[in-house]
Each structure stands twice: as C-alpha cells, then as structure tokens.
Design a protein. Sequence first.
Length: 74
Amino acid sequence: MIGRVTHLLFDAALVSTVLAGVRRSSGFTIETEKITDGTIRSATEKYLGFGETIFDMIQGTAVNSQYFKRDSRR
C-alpha cells in the first residue's frame, strides 16, 4: 500500500515537472484562470509551482555538473 502511494506521488511530481519543462521550452501552460472553483485553482497552481521548483533544482544541478554541457545549437 505504501509503495503504491509512493509510486503515485512520484508520478504526479514527474508529470508536474514535465509540464514545467513544456512551459519553459514552448511557452504553453495550463490556464488556471478558467478553473472556477477557487480551491481547485489554488491546488492546481501549487501543483504546477511544485513542478517548477523541481525543474529549477534539476536545471541547477545540470548547470553545475561536469556531465552536462550546453548545446551549441541553441
């Protein structure tokens, strides 16, 4: 039971991080303003914010790592 919950939480964090990456690379994001229920909108914004935080941590680790290099095509 705990393993399944942990797996679902990890998957949710992964999806949120991917959505953050899509927003950063393409500019497309979820329109939270269209969510009418304030509680659900707030929870969605916190969920997406969590993904942004994880994305920033991964990006910071990659920038400071010797195993990553900047792609010269960008």
